[in-house]
Write a protein that binds this ligand. Structure first.
Ligand SMILES: [Zn+2]
Length: 145
C-alpha cells in the first residue's frame, strides 16, 4: 500500500480542541459557548483515546486554568491602565470580573487541551491514526461528505 501519510498540523487541531493523538476527534461534545455547559467526550470519537488518563487527572488543568486567569487579569489591568489612565478601582473590578466570567469556558477548555497536548508524557501525535477511516463510527461521516 503506497498511500501518502496524512500529517495534520498541530495548531488548527489545538484551536479546534481535537484529540492530541489523532488530531481528528473532538475532545468536547458541544460548542464552547452554549447553554448546556461543557461536556467533554470520555474517549476520542476517532481513535478511542481515553482523555482522562487517570482518575482525577483534570485537577491539574484547574491549576492551569487558574494560571490562565491570573495572566488574563494582569493583562487586562495593564491594558486598562495604559488605555484609559484611570485610577478608579470600580472600572478595573467591573472589566476584570466581566472578562473572567466571559473567559471561563475558554479557560476550562484550553487548560485541558494544553494539558493533553504538551504536559502529558504518554500522549503523542500519531499520524497513522489521522486517516479518515479508522473506526466504524466514521463511515457515516464519509458517506455524508
Ligand atoms: Zn483521537
Amino acid at each position: 500500500m503506497n498511500e501518502k501519510l496524512l500529517k495534520l498540523p498541530v495548531w488548527p487541531a489545538f484551536i479546534q480542541a481535537r484529540c492530541p493523538r489523532c488530531r481528528r476527534g473532538s475532545m468536547f461534545a458541544n460548542e464552547m459557548y452554549g447553554f448546556h455547559g461543557q461536556h467533554m467526550n470520555k474517549t476520542c470519537p476517532h481513535c478511542d483515546l481515553t482523555f482522562e488518563v487517570e482518575p482525577g487527572y483534570f485537577y491539574v488543568s484547574m491549576l492551569l486554568s487558574y494560571a490562565f486567569n491570573v495572566a488574563e487579569m494582569v493583562t487586562l489591568a495593564v491594558a486598562i491602565s495604559v488605555l484609559t489612565g484611570s485610577e478608579n478601582p470600580w472600572l478595573y473590578t467591573a472589566v476584570i470580573l466581566t472578562a473572567a466570567i466571559l473567559l471561563s469556558p475558554f479557560n476550562f477548555r484550553y487548560s485541558r487541551v494544553v494539558l493533553l497536548y504538551w504536559m502529558t508524557p504518554g500522549i503523542r501525535y500519531n499520524p497513522d491514526l489521522s486517516g479518515p477511516e479508522q473506526t466504524s463510527e466514521n463511515t457515516d461521516e464519509k458517506a455524508a461528505g
